[in-house]
Design a protein around this ligand. Structure first.
Ligand code: ZN
Length: 130
C-alpha cells in the first residue's frame, strides 16, 4: 500500500486515498478516490520519536511502535468518512514506519460519532485512567 517511511511520521493531510471496489461487485464497482482533509494522532510525540536502537530499553522481544490515527477523508463525490488505522515501526535499527492497516475501518461521520461515543461512554473500559 504505502512504502516505508524512515524518520518522523509526517502528516498525511492533503494525500490522495484510493479504495478499490470490493471483488463482489465484479466489473461494476468503481474505485473511490478522495483526499485526507484532517487527521489526529493518538500519540503525536511517538510520531516524532527516534526509531528503536538495537539496545533499546524494552529488551528482547520488543514489538516496536504502533502509531494510531483518525483521518477525515473527503471522497471526490463530496461524501466524508472517518478512517481509523495505524502505522507500525518494528524494533530494528534503521527501520522506518510502514502502513499497518491494510484493512482499515472507515465509516460515515454519523456512524463514527455513534461508535466512538459508545466507546467513550463505557467507563469501565477507561477505569485505569480515572
Ligand atoms: Zn525496541
Amino acid at each position: 500500500m504505502m512504502g516505508e517511511t524512515v524518520g518522523p511520521l509526517k502528516s498525511r493531510i492533503g494525500n490522495r486515498v484510493k479504495h478499490p471496489a470490493p471483488k463482489s461487485t465484479g466489473t461494476k464497482g468503481l474505485t473511490s478516490l478522495g483526499t485526507i482533509k484532517d487527521e489526529v494522532w493518538a500519540d503525536p510525540e511517538l510520531c516524532a520519536s527516534e526509531a528503536h536502537r538495537d539496545d533499546c530499553a524494552n529488551g528482547d522481544g520488543c514489538w516496536g511502535d504502533y502509531a494510531c490515527f483518525a483521518q477525515l477523508i473527503e471522497w471526490d463525490n463530496g461524501e466524508r468518512e472517518i478512517r481509523l488505522g495505524y502505522y507500525y515501526r518494528p524494533h530494528a535499527e534503521g527501520r522506518g514506519w510502514r502502513y499497518g492497516s491494510q484493512m482499515t475501518l472507515s465509516m460515515s461521520p454519523s456512524e463514527a460519532k455513534t461508535l466512538l461515543s459508545e466507546v467513550l461512554s463505557r467507563a469501565d473500559w477507561f477505569k485505569s485512567l480515572a
